[in-house]
Design a protein around this ligand. Structure first.
Ligand SMILES: [Zn+2]
Length: 159
């Protein structure tokens, strides 16, 4: 069997006055993610999807949030390192699909830039990266702008 599927999910608390990084792009926003790293919820979900597909330990084990070397780290570096780990096991990426769930701000203007950033890190065409965004219709912690969630699935092939 030369293809493997993986999934990842990530949550972050939102607070006013923090920077919001999603998909490797800094997005103007009233609120940003509380995190040890730059809090890029989408990149963290993608890391876990590709690591999971390769049966590797999750992002929290690979890059512990109590390790000072990861403080405020750019999550693009975590994605690069996750990709290195799956390549060492002989995998490449077929495609990735993801959904970001947050109330504000609108993600649509930034999605093509996110795809380009992720594409360049993971050596996969932007055409093979899906990124959607949805609100929670004002329901629950997402609707109240207390937090954000991203979900990702990845298909890998043994090369
Ligand atoms: Zn995270």
């Amino acid at each position: 069997m030369n293809i493997r599927i993986g999934q990842g999910i990530d949550f972050h608390r939102l607070e006013k006055g923090l920077k919001l990084h999603v998909g490797g792009v800094e997005i103007p926003s009233v609120r940003g993610c509380v995190a040890h790293s730059d809090g890029d919820v989408l990149l963290h979900a993608i890391c876990d999807a590709i690591l999971g597909a390769a049966s590797l330990d999750d992002i929290g084990h690979q890059f512990p949030d109590n390790d000072p070397q990861y403080r405020d780290i750019d999550s693009k570096i975590l994605l690069e390192r996750s990709y290195d780990l799956i390549r060492k096991k002989g995998f490449s990426i077929v495609n990735i699909d993801s959904t970001i769930c947050l109330e504000e701000p609108k993600m649509a203007p930034y999605i093509s830039e996110m795809k380009e950033r992720i594409s360049s890190i993971l050596e996969v065409s932007a055409e093979n990266i899906g990124i959607k965004a949805t609100t929670a219709e004002k329901l629950g912690f997402i609707g109240k702008e207390e937090g954000v969630v991203a979900i990702s699935v990845a298909l890998l092939q043994k090369t």
